[in-house]
Design a binder for this molecule. Structure first.
Ligand SMILES: [Ca+2]
Ligand SMILES: [Ca+2]
Ligand SMILES: [Ca+2]
Length: 421
């Protein structure tokens, strides 16, 4: 591990008084000059869009189009996180942020904002994005530009600016575990900027996931998750925690945290399933032994070979904590097309014989089979004959850590069972 550098912090505190005098409204000066090594990671220049990277697929799908604001952060934490996740994204600079954010509907807007801010009115554009249902991850330095309306949009309240401060994990939110395990403590490595963030308090239905005290306390939140998980406000500057890699996995810890934040706001990737493909209704005997099949459909952008089979479970839609264990067996085949075949009552018939496919679409589908005894317990057997079971959902992860989940449709041909005995 790199040694800490108290001399830098001391230098910063001395410089702070001078810097505060000269700080402008929309840009702050760097407190510590970048080293040659820093400059390797530091890019400047006019507005250019990063060439979109090859879509990795599922995470990109669940995020929607991604806009990352980074005009002159020192370490490009948000850009690195998006790149590491394989997430196609457009980089916005101060000169083009307002044009870009209003040019289309974005799924996610990430603001890495330790210094130069976009042109006037950018807050209104970001508020409109959030209030329109968009996802957002934010970091902010200047109290004057942290409008009350912007705080309200993120369901957060500014409790005052702070200098660089250690922050701590406050609960078991997956922010600290998925897809990356990170240590539940982030201490400042280099105090890069003169002004370093805000103490926060959640408002509305928002929740704090981390804070500047070792255990939860009022007005001390550091990470606030708002709008039902669609938004995250970070009360600190990403640059200040770079380049720490305390878990020694060769990825900067603050980048790993940002990857987790992006994965958290993007939410589970929605997958299409059909219980007992080519059966409608999905006949089921409560006393049966053996296994019950579920088909997960691949698509052009969702390759089922990326599914972590052992993470899959079938859960009750009304209680996602009530689930089977992992599938007992699995196989892949191009069985059908989710656009036309979900809920089908029979497969293709050739020469009077029913096949194992309906309308193959060129994309492999994944069949997994759950233990029938576990399924019977899950749905609450015994149940009345000719009744429908509770709705079921498939929950799991991809090998890259992205969560996947089916959406309940409450259909006895798709995600409910039809009790026959
Ligand atoms: Ca690390
Ligand atoms: Ca079915
Ligand atoms: Ca298929």
């Amino acid at each position: 591990m790199m040694p800490r550098k108290p001399s830098l912090k001391y230098l910063c505190s001395v410089l702070l008084c001078c810097l505060l005098v000269g700080v402008g409204v929309q840009a702050q000066d760097v407190a510590n000059a970048p080293t040659a090594a820093d400059r390797l990671n530091y890019s400047t220049g006019a507005a250019v869009m990063l060439a979109p990277q090859a879509p990795r697929g599922p995470l990109a799908l669940s995020c929607g189009p991604v806009l990352v604001y980074d005009n002159n952060s020192r370490y490009q934490t948000a850009l690195s996180a998006a790149t590491n996740l394989g997430l196609p994204h457009t980089r916005a600079f101060a000169t083009d942020f307002n044009t870009l954010i209003t040019s289309q509907t974005w799924g996610l807007v990430v603001m890495d904002l330790p210094s130069n801010e976009p042109g006037s009115g950018w807050q209104t554009n970001l508020i409109n994005h959030i209030n329109g249902g968009g996802k957002a991850i934010h970091s902010h330095w200047h109290p004057n530009t942290l409008w009350a309306a912007l705080q309200a949009a993120f369901e957060v309240s500014n409790q005052g600016a702070h200098q660089t401060v250690t922050f701590y994990q406050w609960n078991s939110h997956p922010l600290f575990s998925a897809p990356n395990s990170v240590l539940g403590l982030f201490d400042v490595w280099v105090d890069v900027w003169a002004t370093n963030g805000f103490y926060l308090q959640p408002t509305g239905s928002a929740q704090a996931a981390a804070g500047f005290t070792a255990s939860p306390a009022a007005n001390q939140a550091a990470i606030v998750i708002g709008n039902g998980g669609r938004t995250i406000f970070n009360g600190f500057l990403f640059d200040d925690y770079y380049p720490a890699d305390k878990d020694l996995d060769s990825v900067r810890d603050i980048v790993e945290l940002l990857e987790n934040e992006i994965a958290a706001v993007c939410g589970p990737l929605v997958v299409d399933i059909d219980i007992k493909f080519c059966s409608n209704p999905n006949g089921y005997n409560c006393g049966t032994s053996g296994k019950m099949p579920v088909t997960i459909f691949g698509t052009a952008s969702f390759n089922v070979s990326g599914v972590d089979i052992n993470s899959l479970k079938l859960c009750r839609a009304d209680n996602l904590n009530s689930c089977t264990t992992a599938p007992k067996s699995w196989s892949t085949a191009d069985r059908g097309n989710p656009a036309t075949d979900i809920g089908a009552s029979s497969c293709a018939i050739v020469d009077g014989v029913e096949q194992h496919y309906l309308h193959p679409d060129g994309f492999l589908d994944l069949d997994v089979a759950f233990d029938s005894g576990e399924v019977s317990s899950l749905i609450g057997c015994p149940l009345a004959k000719r009744s429908a079971s509770p709705g079921l959902v498939l929950v799991g992860k991809l090998l890259n850590g992205q969560s996947i989940q089916s959406v309940p449709v409450n259909n006895v041909g798709v995600d409910q069972l039809y009790i026959q005995n």
